[in-house]
Design a protein around this ligand. Sequence first.
Ligand code: PMP
Length: 429
Amino acid sequence: MQRSHELFERARQHIVGGVNSPVRAFTGVGGEPPFIARAEGPYLYDEDGKRYVDYVCSWGPMVAGHAHPEVVRAVQETAAHGLSFGAPTELEVRMAEKLKAMLPSLERVRMVNSGTEATMSALRLARGHTGREKIIKFRGCYHGHVDALLVQAGSGALTLGIPGSPGVPEAVVEQTITLPYNDPEAVRECFGRMGDEIAAVIVEPVAGNMNCVPPVPGFLEALRECCDDHGSVLIFDEVMTGFRVGVQCAQGRYGITPDLTCLGKVIGGGMPVGAFGGKADIMASLAPEGPVYQAGTLSGNPVGMAAGIANLSLVDTPEVHRSLEEATATLIDGLRERAQAAGVPVSFNQAGSMFGVFFTDKAPVTTFEDVQACDLEAFKVFFHAMLDEGVYMAPSAFEAGFLSTAHDTPAIEQTLAAAEKAFARVASR
Ligand code: PMP
């Protein structure tokens, strides 16, 4: 780790915390992060030449594995024709057509540059369209660092113990109602009290920022029903679940159609891309057709569009998702056996190729409280043991894991061999 250590020392002199996004700093697990030199298929290679099986997958988007030749070729060919024009291009039309063909609820879309931009814009649109200000979000869900949504937030905010943030005005978060995830009654009760004031409900249809917590039967249905009854906009934040938990995202998997969908990461194939879209009448409130303003100089830039279209084309059949899901189930079964053999209580969740490992004897984990009750010290020991053995998991007990189509049998077997040692280390603490 000599070169990574030197780079981290240099980084800390110039970059806040040495990183450009907090959870990369390993604050939740201790120690220093490896600096990554390159990646290919299911593997990352650090600056010291060590190889890792990667279950972070750039926090989701590398669903077809790293440096897939078709994605790389699309980027190279497109870049040669110019990087950005600030004027319409055919690639934007092709991206919109591709998204719409894959996800029928997207009657109209708007491209942006990140997941945060997608959720921020979708919220503004929902508020502008309904003329209401209150929104509902769920504790432990993360929707990017949007002021109104940095309330009881998951992901890095949760890992660092700052689920709300200084700098977010009281007046902004006063309009944000937070409810418990997977509790349909709490949603009905809230709508019963103030349903006609609620502009939107935003939800991760599979929570992936408090580790991985799929929706319980009836939860998403209750959101749909309450929004229908009160004229509120249902927003699915599929930045993580999009084209990841199934070929038609979480909305296809669970059979609930939102009014608006936020997408990110996956639709850029590793480039900074996001989108939001949905019902044509709601989207028509957006400038230039309507009065709700939203814009972006680099939105829909050709390189991002080309990378995204190539990435999506690699995962646009149910068969691909079926085999991803099977590989993920194989991994989880293997991890479960090894945890049991070591006598370590561990619970697992899975939605498609997203999974969660919880150091707890509660199964299944369905609530934010369940997640918070997990043994964080056990996770830290497990995480570092896995890293030592060449397996890179998210450096936080509050993040989901991801597989890609490149995670083949050798990669999974290496992971299970590492896990055997890692669970033994947890047991012998
Ligand atoms: N929504 C969800 C569900 C996310 O997981 C994330 C990022 N992890 C975001 C929004 C924000 O995306 P970005 O980091 O691209 O702004």
